[in-house]
Design a protein around this ligand. Structure first.
Ligand code: ADE
Length: 223
């Protein structure tokens, strides 16, 4: 797959994607990722890309011209255009799975107070939010989306099971707690059942713990 990110901060978008599992997936050719400077499509001599909101109000709004030019330059027949915005639909594991099956994602990052809505009306397939809070910079949100998508690409994780068994593979349950050695750390013990070798009992314990953890941390998922 290919991912293009259009942003005022290309280095912010790429930094989290340049190490570890994601960099290995890129090196292995599972995904090509590029981040582009939106100002490169500005026709203003000062490379401006924003202006004050029509009708008044706080902050600055990204103008349509540079974004239209960027999309026209980068679009392919199989492109899905995503806009990162706190006004978007929630980004969930199922969204990541759907995006991982696309050929080309073109991710537009908002900044300041927003993006001229003609961009949404004419270019954007999907407005996406990573959560109910406002970041300074949509490039951070774009990196989150890319990380969640790329790790799902076949071959990105060494062991295919590790992405299937985790939290949100079943969107109604959180994963059970995990422990490792030493079995006694400063008097804090690993639960006996996990050392028992009884796989039926272990499965039952994990199921109970998973429900308990969900009830405690995310009761909204059980509802
Ligand atoms: N830009 C600023 N905040 C955001 C959020 N929560 N999700 C996506 N893009 C954003």
């Amino acid at each position: 797959m290919r991912i293009d990110i259009v942003t005022l901060f290309p280095e912010v978008a790429l930094a989290p994607l340049s190490d570890s599992i994601i960099q290995r997936a890129r090196d292995a050719g599972l995904v090509e990722v590029a981040a582009h400077q939106l100002r490169d499509w500005s026709e203003d001599k000062h490379r401006r890309v924003d202006d004050t909101p029509c009708g008044g109000g706080q902050g600055m709004v990204l103008q349509p011209g540079p974004i239209f030019a960027a999309v026209e330059a980068l679009r392919r027949p199989d492109t899905r255009v995503i806009l990162m915005t706190p006004q978007g639909r929630p980004f969930l594991q199922e969204t990541a799975r759907r995006f991982a099956s696309e050929g080309h994602l073109l991710i537009l990052c908002g900044h300041y107070e927003g993006v001229d809505h003609r961009v949404v009306e004419a270019l954007v397939d999907e407005e996406v939010s990573i959560g109910d809070y406002v970041l300074t910079n949509g490039a951070i949100a774009a990196a989150v989306v890319c990380d969640a998508v790329i790790r799902l690409l076949p071959g990105a994780l060494g062991d295919a099971r590790s992405s299937e068994e985790e939290s949100f593979s079943d969107p109604t349950r959180l994963e059970a707690p995990a422990y490792t050695r030493p079995v006694d750390f400063r008097g804090l013990k690993v639960p006996e059942v996990l050392l028992s070798g009884n796989h039926a009992k272990i499965r039952e314990w994990k199921e109970e713990q998973s429900i308990e953890r969900t009830r405690s941390n995310r009761p909204d998922l059980l509802a």
